[in-house]
Design a protein around this ligand. Structure first.
Ligand code: PNS
Length: 159
């Protein structure tokens, strides 16, 4: 049984995340998408909302589970029988930080990190850019799943 984790903030989930999650789901027995609970950083969406959106947009994959975690990712892995992290790499700019975390996670707990090259259709995408574009009324359809488009619209009209 190969269970892997796709960790992240997912504020909100993008089509780039979804691409990596679905490709990981085709390769491994189970994929746990783990949303970081970060008490020091206020997101646009609450952790509950992010989890709910992730559940909705991954419902077609029988082997994808959504969870949340705080503290160290390696501790979450140990508690859930996970031996590897799957991450998307968009560009060289991602590499340095991702490499550092991957090596540290291996050093701490022998947790492997597997990098997938992002689909070029989504290599320029980030949750931060999505929020900025949505905030100023830009169109994010095609870049995030439909439920996220409508949640963003809803959120921006509330502000
Ligand atoms: O989507 P993000 O914010 O780029 O995801 C970063 C994340 C959640 C994968 C990373 O910050 C993380 O693993 N945080 C948990 C704390 C931890 O384990 N820190 C040590 C990393 S070596």
């Amino acid at each position: 049984m190969h269970r892997v984790v796709c960790p992240g903030s997912f504020d909100p989930v993008t089509n780039g995340h979804l691409d990596i999650i679905s490709r990981a789901a085709a390769m491994y027995d189970e994929v746990v998408v783990a949303v970081l609970i970060n008490v020091t950083k206020q997101g646009l969406f609450t952790v509950d909302e992010r989890v709910e959106l992730l559940r909705e947009v991954t419902s077609e994959y029988g082997n994808v589970k959504i969870d949340r975690f705080h503290g160290l990712l390696v501790d979450f892995c140990a508690a859930n029988g996970i031996t590897a992290v799957v991450k998307g790499l968009r560009a060289v700019s991602d590499f340095e930080y991702e490499m550092q975390m991957a090596q540290m996670n291996y050093r701490m707990a022998k947790i492997e990190t597997l990098f997938m090259t992002t689909n070029p259709l989504y290599s320029f995408l980030s949750s931060s850019l999505i929020k900025e574009i949505a905030r100023y009324g830009g169109d994010v359809s095609g870049l995030v799943p439909e439920p996220v488009v409508s949640q963003l619209r809803h959120r921006m009209t509330e502000e």
